[in-house]
Write a protein that binds this ligand. Structure first.
Ligand code: F55
Length: 853
């Protein structure tokens, strides 16, 4: 098996294994190796960024060694693999996480100190890998951590965007300004380019159908572009398994057209390459920017038959989806062919999970590969497809069907002509089945069709994902019920209940406790006498017996205070707000969205301010002081200046400052979350009932001993079940009430509570500036509809906040609640969620990588 001299190889490998030792000297040697060789620096010329890069590269060496052993073993053992297709992986920083998972943080800390550097400062040079918008992308990152930790063979597949989620700046008017995020600028030490494994991807061209309805078709011509993989190793915690995230980067096939250059047309010589590279230039900042795709700058004219007047921003998104899906399936099929198994065995080796509908083109693409390229009969191909795919829905279901992804038929025909034929054929055969089961029901056929009639016709990607998968799941118990009831009731009747299931989201305790809250983690380990909780989060239950223990409460509370201090320092160093270190820290950090109702929170803050103003100074002292923290990115162009208008007035009020302050922290990100979450006393999860599919930050706050204020929505409900509803501040109307309340607003019969009117009067009086920044908000509430039911939930929200104040005064009982909260969060581990996917959807087993591998 060795080319050349086997003895020489073995000696070289043994010698190299030295580099993997975990002692301080080895770590120092490895770092200095990268400083001197890879980065070509002399010791006197090393700054923190260089040190970070050298240290990161040395950690990467360790990851690659394990990665190689893992991949080789998985291939040799012919294991079944999970492929998690997600257009977003919101990884955050890798350095600290990798050191912890590899168990080398101590020698790195000591080694860096010897070399004259502080580990935390060095770590701060790392840029977040912001390849995602929010919950959906962060969930994918947590699941990859759990898959590796649980020894499940898995790949993540995504795109390598040159620009991740935009950087957010707040201008002097309090408005969001979006700035590009060139995260690859300093090069990315965590990725390994695999130029050898590039894949050719066809776009446009001509398609033919086979000679019978289910026969093989063809697809030729058009434009070919390259998808180049860059691999990011994902280590498990305390295990050898190191999985992979393969990120695809688009390239021109010939980066430079010499003939055109010689003919003097310099621009044409590079145009095609530029056009290809545009495909992976930027992450879409959410679905709103797809509807009015002005944010996405298409620097290059789309040249291929661009007669039809498509929105360029939308066409680019479809290209992203296809390039990603086609490259990934090409990769998966190449790996499968090496096994020399019949195609009918494909689902025995491959489970592909669709993270929302974004990768749904994988379904017609696999049909195309099987039928057109591999000559499989249509019906067998369809059976293979269905047994391979699972689909996870992340859309808040209550009346949000309009949020489901649709693509115009002419756009698909133009970019992917063969796929459009295949989708039509899948639809025809599917509707035949529906007709057989429910004869003479034309309305049902129209509802269930993959094609929505209209001008233009649209492909309903969610319907395609449902019929092309063997399992469809929602992400929290309530949400999964709504997925069946509101989104796909016809499909439940057609396929039965069993195709639809729930897997409640989870989070990784490695990043979201062990890493971001080291002091609390240490106290937990000390109390439990073991670190086992990191791998088995249910073990936190063992903390319950200390919940009333005064000494333990004191230590617990002092860690919260230390985390509060750290956040306050961050606030004071990044804003001009001075904060009261004893204030209750009340946090709402998440994407800014109407349905998440940051507006309810800010209106509540105004009410608190008005109430404080009415009190005498000595009465104010008896009210629990508060620090309200907001953070989150909005869709580009979305108004949100009202939060900053409120904070400006309140923070400038000398009488109130000590009792209430309000900050908006710019540029919320994974690494900022790691500072904010451990410091929170109370966090807000206050979406209109039925709109938040799950929420996952609720889990992170609770795990870090923060209490929740929230609606009966998403995973809030299950969290309360687990930790006891006496430990959650619930308020507001329930999902079942929403349609009736909305109708009342529509009919002009809604009542507006006096507290809300008081707040509105204050705004209109100019207390928070000219009031213009509030107009859009007031308009959504009073302009007729109040679609998100701010007015209906306002009074009970204020009441819940009063209960918070009362509870916080009794510190001992508050701390007891927070200990119970952390202790009972075990079931929200992503390890539990991933095991459930493995057992109920993927049918895969853990594979331990032996030490000898
Ligand atoms: C991103 C791009 C598009 Cl085109 C559409 C949606 C998104 C996105 O980021 N969605 C998202 O984050 N959804 C969230 O998924 C979480 C994980 O399941 C849920 O917890 C959360 O409720 C849901 O909003």
């Amino acid at each position: 098996i060795f080319p050349g001299d086997a003895k020489a190889w073995k000696a070289a490998i043994a010698k190299n294994a030295e580099t993997l030792k975990k002692d301080v000297e080895t770590v120092e040697a490895q770092i200095s190796h990268h400083v001197h060789t890879t980065l070509a620096r002399a010791p006197f010329n090393v700054d923190e960024l260089t040190m970070y890069q050298a240290a990161a590269l040395s950690v990467r060496d360790r990851l690659i060694a394990r990665w190689n052993e893992t991949q080789t073993f998985h291939t040799q053992q012919r294991v079944k693999r999970v492929y998690y297709l997600s257009l977003e992986f919101l990884m955050g920083r890798q350095f600290d996480n990798a050191m912890l998972n590899l168990g080398v943080k101590k020698p790195y800390n000591d080694g860096l100190k010897q070399l004259g550097f502080n580990l935390e400062d060095v770590s701060d040079s790392e840029r977040d890998m912001g390849l995602g918008n929010g919950g959906l992308g962060r969930l994918a990152a947590c699941y990859l951590d759990s898959l590796a930790t649980l020894d499940i063979p898995a790949f993540g597949y995504t795109l390598r965007y040159q620009q991740g989620i935009f950087r957010q700046i707040i201008n002097s008017n309090g408005e969001q300004v979006e700035v590009p995020d060139p995260w690859l600028e300093n090069t990315n030490p965590w990725e390994i380019p695999r130029l050898d494994a590039a894949v050719e991807i066809r776009l446009h061209g001509e398609a033919t159908r086979g000679d019978n309805a289910k026969g093989a078709g063809t697809w030729t011509g058009g434009l070919e572009v390259l998808a180049v993989p860059y691999d990011i190793p994902v280590p498990g915690f305390g295990t050898k398994t190191t999985n992979n995230i393969r990120t695809w980067s688009a390239r021109g096939k010939v980066s430079f057209d010499l003939a055109k250059f010689n003919a003097g047309d310099y621009e044409a010589a590079v145009r095609e390459a530029e056009e290809a590279e545009t495909i992976t230039r930027v992450l879409y900042p959410n679905e709103a920017s797809l509807r009015h795709a002005t944010y996405i700058l298409v620097q290059v004219e789309l040249t291929h038959d661009f007669e039809q007047n498509f929105d360029k921003g939308k066409a680019l998104r479809l290209k992203q989806q296809y390039l990603w899906v086609a490259a990934s399936l090409h990769d998966i099929c190449r790996r499968f062919r090496k096994l020399r198994e019949p195609w009918t065995a494909f689902p025995d080796y491959n489970a592909i999970q669709l993270n929302d509908t974004h990768p749904t083109l994988a379904i017609p693409e696999l049909m195309r590969i099987l039928v057109d390229e591999e000559g499989q009969p249509w019906d067998e191909a369809w059976d293979i497809v269905r047994r391979t795919f699972g689909y996870t829905n992340h859309t808040g279901a209550a009346l949000m069907t309009e949020a489901l992804e649709r693509w115009a038929v002419p756009l698909i025909e133009w970019l992917l002509p063969r796929h459009m034929q295949i989708i039509y054929d899948i639809n025809a055969f599917f509707l035949e089945e529906v007709e057989k089961k429910f004869p003479n029901d034309r309305a049902r056929l129209a509802r269930m069709s993959l094609i929505e009639e209209g001008y233009p016709k649209m492909v309903r990607m969610a319907h395609l994902a449902v019929i092309g998968s063997h399992r469809v799941n929602g992400v929290a118990a309530l949400h999964s019920r709504l997925v069946k009831q509101d989104l796909f009731p016809d499909f439940v009747e057609m396929f039965g209940q069993d195709r639809f299931t729930n897997v409640t989201n989870g989070i990784t305790a490695r990043r979201w406790l062990y890493q971001c809250n080291p002091q609390l983690a240490a106290l937990i380990t000390q109390a439990l006498g073991t670190e086992e909780w990191i791998l088995d989060l249910d073990k936190l239950k063992g903390l319950e017996k200390y919940a009333r223990d005064k000494k333990f409460q004191k230590e617990w509370a002092s860690i919260k205070q230390a985390n509060r201090d750290r956040l306050c320092e961050y606030i004071e160093s990044t804003t001009d707000v001075k904060v009261n270190r004893k204030a209750l820290i009340d946090v709402q950090v998440k994407r800014i969205h109407e349905y998440k109702r940051q507006s309810l929170n800010i209106l509540g803050v105004i009410f608190r301010y008005l109430t404080l103003k009415k009190l005498k100074p000595e009465e104010r002292k008896r009210v629990v002081p508060r620090l309200s923290v907001f953070g989150g990115k909005a869709a580009p162009g979305y108004y949100m200046a009202n939060i900053n208008a409120v904070s400006k007035t309140i923070n400038a009020d000398k009488d109130i400052r000590e009792h209430l302050s309000v900050v908006f922290l710019a540029d919320y990100s994974v690494s900022l979350a790691e500072i904010i979450i451990p410091a929170s006393d109370l966090s807000e999860h206050i979406s209109t009932a039925g709109t938040e599919a799950s929420g996952t930050s609720n889990m992170k706050f609770a795990l870090n001993s923060g209490l929740l204020i929230g609606t009966l929505d998403g995973a809030n409900i299950e969290i309360a079940e687990a930790i006891g509803d006496e430990n959650v501040f619930f308020f507001g109307n329930v999902t079942e009430d929403v349609p009736r309340l909305r109708r009342a607003h529509q009919a002009g019969e809604a009542q507006y509570p006096p507290e809300l009117m008081e707040v509105v009067d204050a705004i209109r009086s100019g207390m928070f500036g000219d009031g213009g920044v509030f107009e859009p908000l007031l308009n959504t509430i009073f302009g007729g509809k109040d679609y998100y039911l701010i007015s209906d939930d306002f009074t009970s929200y204020l009441e819940a906040q009063r209960m918070v104040d009362v509870a916080f005064v009794d510190q001992s009982s508050w701390v007891e609640k927070t200990i119970h909260t952390t202790a009972r969060m075990g079931r929200f581990a992503s390890d539990r969620a991933v095991m459930q996917y493995a057992d109920e959807i993927w049918n895969v087993e853990p594979v331990k990588i032996p030490d000898s591998a």
